[in-house]
Design a protein around this ligand. Structure first.
Ligand SMILES: Cc1cc2nc3c(=O)[nH]c(=O)nc-3n(C[C@H](O)[C@H](O)[C@H](O)COP(=O)(O)OP(=O)(O)OC[C@H]3O[C@@H](n4cnc5c(N)ncnc54)[C@H](O)[C@@H]3O)c2cc1C
Length: 480
């Protein structure tokens, strides 16, 4: 049995594990063992559907020390006017370069791919090779769980409904392998994967009338125009200002969302249906417009059985035809988590500590870990931001995010690091201090911050009444 001594054992080489490792390397002399059951870094992007790209600009994705892409504003296509967004192959290639270039050159990172983490006993942490079965025992000062916000994706998740044998149900990945045009496309799921799939079908000239969309629930989405970095950072600062104004004035999560919608900062697919889902996904107004051209929207709850002639859902059935292709978009994507501290003695659980942007969160945790010793102090600087998937919980999410921002901003070293970190979408605000949008945003933030924190605390102390909540389908992992 092989044994390895190290300072940190990081399990998970997706965006979380990679961004954390990069920040820790840059700010300490720690040795790190990085383990993943996949064969290379990149996490869910390695199995993503081929037409996926980042929802956010590449400028703020990946690891802090290496740029992803060229920070270019696109001139054409559905992303025209916005900063470029990397495709899955670009992201996977990028993470491989980080591992084989930057991490390898440091001499302090060892990657064990195709290795499953099996837990800890008196001997140490056990990692088993999925190719040879060999057990490696790792003795680490700190264990880092970089799987806690692991993505749930269509090509790897478990279906929550039954399917007749002769029904053709595929993950979006397999759409590119169709050899014949089907009678029609039935897209199952209400989240961003379903939206990406419909948008891709439109770009391939599929008529909206050939698409039927089974949408158990609707989602609130960030308007892509408002989350732009670098030379367009004024937009992101405007988003922050409107967010804090909503936090100061809203009476509940739904009111919060409607206030952001009034400024075009939040979008929804159907103007007549109030969304309850919120996972922080981003979309453009032009994508929303084209999605609205789909008229066959089925709202009868979640699918329970997919037959060749009938689709059975929670709230009813619809007739169907055997020549349909059904596209499974029901994986959760960003999974729901429960609130738990990021830091415990000898253990770190990587999760969101910023509102959205997992790489920035993981890098922030890495920087705090590298520069602070006391567990309570580290947790004070990194309160968790928990995405439950329910807009009713947005007060708690906002409170966690804003408390962390203030705590870190009050520490000169962390404030300087945050300002210079490429993963921080607001990092260019300082160099665009004369941009009228930035000026207005800072003025508004100064006016509303105190009221916002008070209002958030009041609401978090007084959660949504149970009877109100029961009106909403409680978040679960199959309603993406
Ligand atoms: C389609 C899609 C688009 C997205 N776009 C964005 C975006 O634009 N911006 C953004 O901030 N977020 C986005 N997200 C959210 C996404 O969750 C993060 O971007 C990020 O990629 C998640 O990284 P992760 O490391 O937390 O999880 P993953 O990428 O899922 O990586 C977790 C890793 O842990 C490994 N693992 C799990 N268990 C074990 C074990 N026992 N032993 C060994 N290894 C293990 C897995 O093999 C996996 O490689 C998107 C998500 C999806 C699904």
């Amino acid at each position: 049995m092989r044994e390895i001594e190290t300072d940190y054992l990081v399990v998970g080489a997706g965006a979380s594990g990679m961004a954390f490792t990069d920040a820790l390397l840059a700010n300490s002399d720690a040795r790190i063992v990085l383990v993943d059951r996949r064969h290379r870094p990149g996490g869910h992007w390695l199995d993503a559907y081929p037409f996926v790209s980042l929802h956010q600009p590449s400028a703020n994705y990946g690891v802090s020390s290496r740029r992803l892409g060229e920070d270019r504003i696109c001139e054409s296509g559905i992303n025209a006017g916005f900063y470029e967004r990397a495709s899955a192959p670009e992201i996977c290639d990028y993470f491989l370069r980080v591992l084989e270039g930057d991490f390898a050159h440091s001499g302090r990172v060892r990657f064990l791919g195709m290795c499953d983490y099996r837990g800890q006993d008196v001997d140490g942490h056990h990692v088993v090779s999925l190719l040879t079965g060999a057990d490696t025992v790792i003795h680490a000062r700190t264990f880092v769980d970089a799987t806690y916000v692991e993505s749930e994706i269509p090509s790897r998740h478990q279906l929550s409904f039954t399917v007749d044998e002769d029904v053709r149900l595929i993950p979006p990945n397999d759409l590119v392998d169709l050899a014949e045009p089907p009678g029609g496309f039935t897209i199952i799921g209400g989240g961003k994967t379903a939206m990406d799939t419909c948008t891709w079908l439109f770009t391939a000239d599929v008529d909206p009338d050939r698409i039927r969309w089974i949408r158990p629930r609707d989602a609130w989405l960030f308007n892509r125009a408002w989350v732009q970095p670098l030379d367009l950072v004024g937009s992101y600062m405007q988003m922050q200002a409107r967010w804090v104004e909503a936090a100061a004035e809203a009476t509940d999560g739904r009111d919060f969302a409607r206030r952001l919608e009034a400024h075009d900062a939040f979008l929804r697919t159907d103007a007549d249906v109030e969304p309850r889902l919120f996972r922080g996904a981003t979309i453009s107004t032009s994508e929303i417009e084209s999605l609205r051209s789909i008229e066959q929207v089925v709202r009868k709850g979640k699918v329970r059985h997919l037959g060749s002639h009938r689709i059975v859902m929670d709230d009813g059935e619809v007739a169907t035809e055997p020549d349909q292709v059904y596209v499974d978009c029901t994986a959760a994507g960003v999974r729901s988590t429960v609130k738990q501290p990021v830091f415990a003695p000898g253990r770190i659980t990587l999760q969101y500590v910023t509102i959205g942007f997992i790489p920035w969160s993981a890098a922030t945790v890495g920087m705090v870990e590298a520069t602070r010793d006391d567990v309570d102090e580290k947790n004070r600087l990194c309160p968790p931001v928990t995405f439950t998937g329910d807009i009713d919980d947005v007060f708690a999410l906002a409170q966690g995010g804003m408390t962390g921002v203030f705590a870190r901003a009050a520490e000169p070293d962390l404030a300087a690091w945050t300002d210079s970190c490429r993963l921080n979408p607001a990092s260019a605000a300082g160099t665009h201090a004369d941009d009228p949008q930035v000026v207005e945003a800072f003025t508004s933030l100064a006016t509303h911050l105190e009221d916002a924190m008070r209002n958030l605390s009041d609401h978090v102390a007084r959660p949504v009444p149970a009877q109100d909540r029961s009106l909403a389908p409680v978040f679960d992992q199959t309603a993406s």
